[in-house]
Design a protein around this ligand. Structure first.
Ligand SMILES: [Mg+2]
Length: 387
């Protein structure tokens, strides 16, 4: 089966002002995606999504004009060789081993896996080893944002538990003293049997992160995500050495197994959050989760931007032996709710990967046509964020 075309649709969906959320990652004004579409001479079409705060036009250009020409005319069965050819030939030499080039390759890799599942007549999780979490993948509500008072945050956390979730995540990092109040209020509201996670989006200093550990442990927090600058490996190691129970998590801004390896080697990480839509695709994240496993660490992907990203991560998680703690965006996001013809829903805090062939989702082409991003200047998925 030969690849005959590689194209990208750029999509933009604004967020109504009253529903915008703010964290250490910034204020979100819109949700955007680059929908990768790979066609074969058999008529099968695969879809992928490189997600993250990248300039959308740059992503589309890399997909169509840098990676695409390496794939067109090639056999789908040579997927692994094609990944390596693009990574070595374009990413390491021209685009850089972090950021938009790896992300673009990630979206292309997802579409190739979608095609392989469709060609085999199997859901993707079957190609990745079969269902490990047969009863469903445990999922957490992401997230409770900065603007809420401790009482409001506690009320919102409780509302997600009442809707069936058994874990919720809180954004921290703007006012460390207020964060402590919110953490304790949420623990009180959700009781001892549900999990609470916190995410700093790199907004804390080493000192503030270290000072926050006792209250996080008092509240039995499950993980402390992106507490500090992602380049500060020593700082992560310091936090990990200082903590007694809370896991140190990072990875939504890390790329490839080589990007995670220094954290593993420095004993600086408990939870590797490699995301298939950024860190190198399913092909590379499969290696990262194996590396985590070999070092007795945990892999729980970041997954946020759109339903294609989420379902791609979900297939790999469903087939993986790591304990599941799967991110589910509960903020306003039309790319989660309207991109596919069939909704995907969390039931009793659990998700099941679609059972159709490949990724198992049908793209709603009317929605795509209605949300084409045609701005003369692409503003990127993260351009609405204050940094
Ligand atoms: Mg995060």
């Amino acid at each position: 089966m030969k690849i005959v075309s590689v194209t990208a649709n750029l999509l933009n969906t604004p967020i109504p002002e009253e529903l915008r959320v703010e964290s250490g990652a910034g204020l979100k004004l819109m949700r955007q995606m680059c929908l990768v579409r790979i066609e074969t001479d058999s008529g099968l079409v695969g879809f992928g999504s490189p997600s993250g705060p990248y300039d959308l036009a740059v992503l589309g250009r890399i997909v169509e004009h840098v990676i695409g020409p390496h794939l067109i005319g090639e056999e789908l069965s040579e997927h692994s060789r094609l990944w390596n050819h693009v990574y070595v030939g374009e990413v390491t030499r021209n685009l850089g081993t972090r950021g938009v080039g790896v992300a673009a390759l990630s979206g292309v890799d997802m579409a190739l896996w979608d095609l392989r599942g469709k060609a085999a007549g199997l859901p993707l999780y079957e190609l990745l080893g079969g269902l490990y979490h047969a009863k469903g993948v445990r999922t957490y509500a992401s997230s409770i944002y900065w603007k809420l008072t401790p009482d409001q945050a506690a009320e919102e956390a409780r509302s997600w538990i009442d809707r069936g979730f058994t874990a919720v995540k809180l954004k921290v990092g703007r006012e460390p003293r207020k964060d402590a109040e919110r953490v304790l209020a949420i623990r009180e509201a959700i009781g001892p049997d549900n999990d609470l996670l916190v995410d700093g989006n790199q907004a804390l200093s080493r000192t503030d992160a270290l000072a926050m550990l006792p209250v996080l442990e008092q509240a039995g927090v499950y993980w402390f995500e992106e507490p500090i600058d992602i380049d500060d490996i020593e700082g992560h190691a310091m936090l990990r050495a200082a903590r007694r129970s809370v896991r140190i998590a990072t990875g939504e801004n890390h790329y490839t197994a080589s990007g995670f390896l220094p954290f593993v080697q420095a004993d600086a990480i408990d939870v590797l959050q490699a995301d298939v839509s950024r860190a190198g695709g399913i092909t590379e994240v499969n290696k990262i989760q194996a590396m985590a496993r070999a070092h007795h660490l945990q892999w729980n992907p970041h997954t946020f931007n759109d339903i294609l990203t989420v379902v791609s991560n979900l297939h790999l998680v469903a087939a993986s032996p790591h304990p599941a703690m799967f991110e589910w965006d509960v903020t306003y996001n039309e790319l989660m709710t309207h991109l596919t013809t069939e909704p995907i829903e969390v039931v009793d805090g659990l998700l099941h990967p679609p059972t159709g062939n490949g990724l198992g989702i049908e793209i709603d082409e009317d929605f795509v046509a209605e949300h084409v991003w045609a701005g003369e200047r692409s503003i990127g998925t993260g351009a609405g964020m204050r940094v």
